[in-house]
Design a protein around this ligand. Structure first.
Ligand code: NAD
Length: 537
């Protein structure tokens, strides 16, 4: 979409139908983008009430210095109420944000198709109904597209433009231009469960629930591992409580239905039980967490663990991005990291170093602590009951404040304490969790990357759009496929394969695209090529 096309949109108004949470937000950003808006709602007074809310919001923006009073007055002056759908006859595009029911959307679009000009675009803001199904009975379905905004619309700078099976290029181009005029980043998605952003984020909660059901960690520790270790703003369970456990469970069931039983999307029984118990999240003051009168539910996160001044030797076995970053941090903390046999602590990132007869055997005999990265296996599989500690963390280590560790049946208290001290000394908090390939953060992030890779392979969206989508639509700390390039597709596939063989099920089968990238040596930043190009520096 060229700047000229965006600038040269017709002077005719944009129709917005449904003046609730989303419709009022859409009208707001359209007007701020200089588009005239006609707002219609079946409920008496709903459209004018929405304009009142938008006015209040714009005035607060002026008070906070985010816009001038002239710009706010201009924007509010561009929005009118419409008394009936017939009043939308002159709109060049109508965006609906009415109830999430297929028959309601059908009735509306059939009516609008008869009222509006033949080339007027009909866009739906549905979050879960297929755009293709909404367009089904509408005359000239090529004019029907999806425009999926994120809540709260004025703050979330993203819109997905969704192409249904019959959507026409011209209608899609108009929707993109309108999205850009509204000041949104526009990404393209094809029709399917969750479109692009909500689809690739599926494992965020589903995998967390699986970890909870396997008792790898409790909900609070899983959330903490995601915040401190992965720099996510919120963990999956606090987010689920915020959205509503019942709402999340509905979405999970709808995905599974629309995906015809795709094993990666199998819902968990945990929210089913919470819903049955009336524990719906914040709104019922009990969900995964319990909420005090003032809304509080957990302690604030601790500040970063201060690095400690140390000396001594650490052996780090392995190569790749994580080994390199760990070596740098360990050296910066004052350790001697040259590979010396008999080092007081050995960190092994390379599973091959763990074979019988390797140097690690000497370390075990000398009772020197050994910490093994649990990426390509669980600690149980790596240690086979010997005195080792499992750990997991993801690059970029400089941005992560915690490392997870786990112990097995053979782990001594001394090894556990020495490993904890080591990670504290390089400035990381330590979170104790149960055993599993990838532990908590690694397992969830690898499944997120896997889902994103399936989405690329299936043509749901491009790698660039997925990464922009999760950063802008979900506030993820970085794009999932850029993250894959940092971790290395080989490590991601190794974790997925270990999960498939140890935890079981097709849920963890690696996307063929990821496997092919590994076979071709396109593993990410360490090979200069992965989902993106990484020119050597
Ligand atoms: P809402 O309940 O806040 O508002 C819906 C409005 O539509 C109400 O004011 C209602 O009176 C009006 N309405 C219902 N039927 C109508 C009709 N036939 N004609 C005109 N007006 C009608 O709902 P919402 O949260 O704004 O959601 C609207 C749509 O946006 C849904 O399809 C939803 O799935 C989707 N969506 C919601 C979110 C979200 O976070 N709330 C995010 C993305 C997409």
């Amino acid at each position: 979409m060229t700047a000229a096309q965006v600038a040269n949109l017709p002077d005719a108004p944009v129709g917005v139908v449904g003046a609730g949470t989303m419709g009022s937000g859409i009208a707001h950003v359209a007007a701020v983008g200089g588009l005239r808006v006609k707002l219609f709602d079946v409920a008496d007074g709903a459209a004018s009430a929405a304009i009142g809310r938008i006015d209040g919001y714009l005035k607060r923006s002026v008070e906070r210095g985010r816009m001038t009073s002239e710009a706010a007055a201009n924007a509010i002056g561009l929005i009118d109420t419409a008394g009936s759908p017939e009043d939308l006859a002159d709109c060049f595009i109508v965006i609906e944000a009415v109830a999430e029911q297929l028959d309601v959307k059908h009735d509306l679009f059939i009516k609008l198709a008869a009222i509006c000009a033949p080339d007027a675009v009909l866009a739906t803001n549905t979050s879960s109904l297929p755009v293709t199904a909404i367009a089904g009975p509408v005359p000239s379905p090529e004019r029907v597209v999806g425009m999926h905004f994120f809540n709260p619309v004025p703050l979330m700078r993203l819109v997905e433009v969704i192409s249904g099976l019959n959507s026409g290029d011209q209608a899609l181009a108009v929707a993109r231009a309108v999205g850009q005029r509204m000041g949104r980043e526009v990404i393209d998605a094809s029709d399917g469960p969750g479109f692009l952003v909500n689809r690739v984020s599926r494992p965020f909660l589903l995998e967390a629930q699986k970890l909870l059901s396997e008792r790898v960690a409790d909900h609070a520790d899983i959330d903490m591992a995601m915040r401190l270790g992965g720099s996510f703003r919120m963990g999956p369970f606090e987010l689920s409580d915020l959205v509503g456990v019942d709402v999340g469970y509905e979405i999970a069931q709808s995905f599974f239905r629309l995906g015809h039983g795709e094993p990666r999307w199998q819902p968990s029984n945990i929210p089913a039980q919470l819903v049955a118990a009336g524990r719906l999240g914040r709104k019922s003051r009990r969900g995964y967490y319990e909420y005090a009168e003032d809304g509080s539910y957990r302690e604030a996160d601790p500040p970063p663990h201060p690095p400690e001044s140390v000396s001594g030797a650490v052996e780090i076995i392995g190569d790749g991005e994580l080994a390199r970053q760990l070596r740098r941090l360990t050296e910066a903390a004052g350790y001697n990291v040259s590979p010396v046999a008999g080092s007081p602590i050995t960190i092994t990132i390379d599973a091959r170093a763990n074979r019988a007869g390797s140097d690690l055997e000497d370390q075990l005999v000398a009772h020197h602590p050994i910490a093994v990265l649990c990426a390509g296996s669980s600690l149980a599989a790596a240690s086979r009951g010997r005195d080792m500690v499992g750990f997991h963390c993801l690059p970029p280590l400089g941005e992560s404040h915690a490392v997870e560790i786990t112990r097995g049946s053979g782990t001594s208290d001394a090894s556990h304490a020495a490993t904890t001290r080591f990670f504290h000394s390089i400035g990381k908090h330590v979170i104790d969790v149960g055993d599993a390939p990838g532990l908590v953060l690694g397992r969830i992030v690898c499944q997120l990357i896997n889902e994103a890779a399936f989405a690329v392979q299936e043509g749901v969206g491009t790698a660039e759009d997925i990464d922009r989508g999760v950063e802008l639509g979900l506030n993820y700390p970085r794009g999932l496929l850029f993250w894959s390039d940092l971790i290395g597709a080989d490590q991601v596939v190794a974790t997925l394969d270990a999960l498939q063989s140890e935890v079981g099920g097709d849920r963890y089968r690696a996307a063929p695209l990821l496997r092919r990238m590994v076979q071709e040596g396109r593993t990410g930043r360490s090979t200069d090529r992965g989902f993106f190009e990484h020119p050597p520096v």
